[in-house]
Design a protein around this ligand. Structure first.
Ligand SMILES: [Zn+2]
Length: 425
C-alpha cells in the first residue's frame, strides 16, 4: 500500500532521518511546502516506524487510492529508515545527524551506519541524498553513491565549542581510524572536520549557514548561502544552535525541490516550537520555560542555550528526571551531559522525578556548589509545588524534564488551568 500510494504523489516523497531534530525539521519542511501551496502527507502526529507512516497515508488516501496530497514528508526512525526507503523510493532523503541515543534500543552507531549505507548504495541517480557535511559519520556513509549527494554545514565564527563535549561520538576518521581534528566545532561532534593523518575532510558544501544570531529561548536568525550565490537572511521562531542546523537542513531540502527562498523565509519566520521542546508557561505569577531533555546531546544544547549569554546559570532551574521505559531505564547517560557548565553562575538547581537523587548527585560531581543544589520530593506535582514556592513571584525560571517527567508536569499544569490542551495533531 505504501509503495503504491507514494508512487502516485505528483511531487514525490521526502524522508527525514537523524537522531536529533527529526520532528522539528520535518515540520519545517512541511510548513514550507504548504506555502507553495502543496497538500502535504506527513506523519505529524503518528509514529515514525513503518506502521505509523502507513497509517498516516491511509488516513489521507481516498477509497480509490489517491494519496490526498502532492508531496509527502516522512519522519523516519533510525531503525525504520532502510525499510521506508525501499518501500517509498523517495525523491529526497535527508540525513540530519547521527548521535548516540537510546543505545539499548539499537546497539552501536556503526550498526545503524552499516544498515543505512546498505540501502543508500542501492539508490539510483533519481534520488538526492542531502547530508549534514559537518557530521563525519554521515559523510562516510554517503560517500560514492550512485545517487546525487548534496551537503550542508556551518561556517560560523561566533558559536564554536573549544573542545569535544563528553557526549560527542564518532570523532574518529572512518577511513584510517585516526582521531579527527576540527577547524571549527559547533554542536557535539558536528563541525568543519578533517583527518590530520589521511587528509579526508568535510566535503564541499552546497548550502552554508553563517552569521547565526541566537535570541535566548525565543528564536534565532542565520544567513544561508547556496553554492556561490549570495546569502539569504532567515529568522526562525525556535531557539538554539541545534535549530540552526535543523533550519539549514530544511532549507536545503526545500531548495532541492525548487521552492523559492522567499517562501522558505516566510515559513521559517512563522515557525514555532511543537509541544514538548521549548515552551513558556505563566503559572502562579512565575514565568516558567520548559525544555525537554532526553539525551546527552540535546541536554548539552539546552545547557548551552541557558548559560551562553550570561556566562553561567542565571535563573533558578528545576531538573526532573524519570527512568520509565520512554525515558530509558538506565540513567547513566546523565554522566555524558556537561553539567560542569552549571558550576558557573548563581542560579539555584532543584532536582525532582523518580531519579531526582541521581541528578542531585551528578550535579555535586559536576562541581556545583552544594548550597546551590536542592533536592525536592521525587513525586512530580509535589516537586513542582516546592519549586514554584522557592521562586519569588514575578520571576522567571527554567524546568528541564525528561520525556515522561514532561508529560507528568504538563498534566499537572493543565489540571490546574495553566496551559491549554497540548497534543498537537
Ligand atoms: Zn583518516
Amino acid at each position: 500500500m505504501l509503495t503504491k500510494l507514494t508512487a502516485r504523489l505528483e511531487q514525490g516523497a521526502v524522508i527525514v532521518a537523524g537522531t536529533n531534530g527529526k520532528t522539528t525539521t520535518t515540520r519545517m519542511i512541511a510548513d514550507v511546502f504548504e506555502l507553495v501551496p502543496w497538500r502535504v502527507v506527513h506523519n505529524r502526529s503518528g509514529s515514525n516506524l513503518v506502521r505509523g507512516v502507513i497509517a498516516a497515508f491511509v488516513q489521507r488516501a481516498s477509497l480509490t487510492g489517491c494519496p490526498g496530497g502532492e508531496i509527502a514528508v516522512i519522519e523516519a526512525d533510525e531503525a525504520a529508515l532502510p525499510e521506508l526507503v525501499r518501500r517509498v523510493r523517495p525523491r529526497i532523503i535527508l540525513l540530519n545527524n547521527l548521535f548516540r541515543d537510546q543505545l539499548d534500543r539499537y546497539g552501536e552507531l556503526d550498526t545503524i551506519g552499516k544498515t543505512w549505507r546498505g540501502v543508500l548504495k542501492d539508490l539510483d541517480a533519481g534520488t538526492t541524498v542531502i547530508v549534514n557535511g559537518d557530521d563525519p559519520a554521515l559523510v562516510a556513509i554517503s560517500d560514492s553513491l550512485a545517487a546525487k549527494r548534496v551537503c550542508f554545514g556551518l561556517d560560523e565564527t561566533t558559536h564554536r565549542l573549544d573542545v569535544l563535549p563528553h557526549a560527542a561520538d564518532a570523532a574518529v576518521c572512518r577511513v584510517c581510524g585516526a582521531d579527527l581534528a576540527y577547524h571549527a566545532l559547533y554542536v557535539s561532534h558536528l563541525g568543519d572536520w578533517y583527518c590530520p593523518n589521511c587528509g579526508r575532510k568535510r566535503p564541499e558544501l552546497t548550502y552554508t549557514g553563517s552569521n547565526i544570531q541566537l535570541y535566548g529561548v525565543e528564536s534565532l536568525a542565520l544567513d544561508i548561502s547556496e553554492g556561490e550565490g549570495h546569502s539569504h537572511h532567515l529568522t526562525v521562531g525556535v531557539p538554539g544552535l541545534y535549530n540552526a542546523y535543523n533550519a539549514l537542513a530544511a532549507a536545503s531540502v526545500a531548495r532541492e525541490v525548487g521552492v523559492p527562498w522567499e517562501l522558505i523565509g516566510q515559513a521559517f519566520d512563522a515557525f514555532r516550537s511543537a509541544f514538548g521542546r521549548i515552551e513558556r508557561v505563566q503559572y502562579k505569577g512565575r514565568d516558567l520555560t520548559l525544555a525537554l531533555v532526553k539525551n546527552p546531546t540535546g541536554f548539552n544544547e539546552v545547557l548551552r542555550m541557558l548559560t551562553a549569554e550570561t556566562g553561567g546559570l542565571a535563573l533558578p532551574t528545576m531538573i526532573a528526571i524519570n527512568d520509565l521505559d520512554a525515558d530509558g531505564r538506565d540513567v547513566s547517560w546523565l554522566w555524558d551531559v556537561d553539567f560542569e557548565l552549571l558550576a558557573r553562575g548563581k542560579g539555584d538547581l532543584y532536582t525532582t522525578g523518580l531519579r531526582g537523587p541521581d541528578m542531585a548527585n551528578r550535579l555535586k560531581y559536576a562541581g556545583v556548589a552544594l548550597d546551590r543544589i536542592h533536592s525536592l520530593p521525587n513525586e512530580l506535582p509535589a516537586g513542582l509545588d516546592a519549586f514554584v514556592e522557592a521562586v519569588p513571584e514575578g520571576y522567571a525560571a527554567y524546568i528541564l524534564p525528561s520525556y515522561t517527567a514532561m508529560l507528568a508536569l504538563r498534566k499537572t499544569l493543565a489540571d490546574r488551568g495553566a496551559v491549554d490542551a497540548f497534543w498537537e495533531q
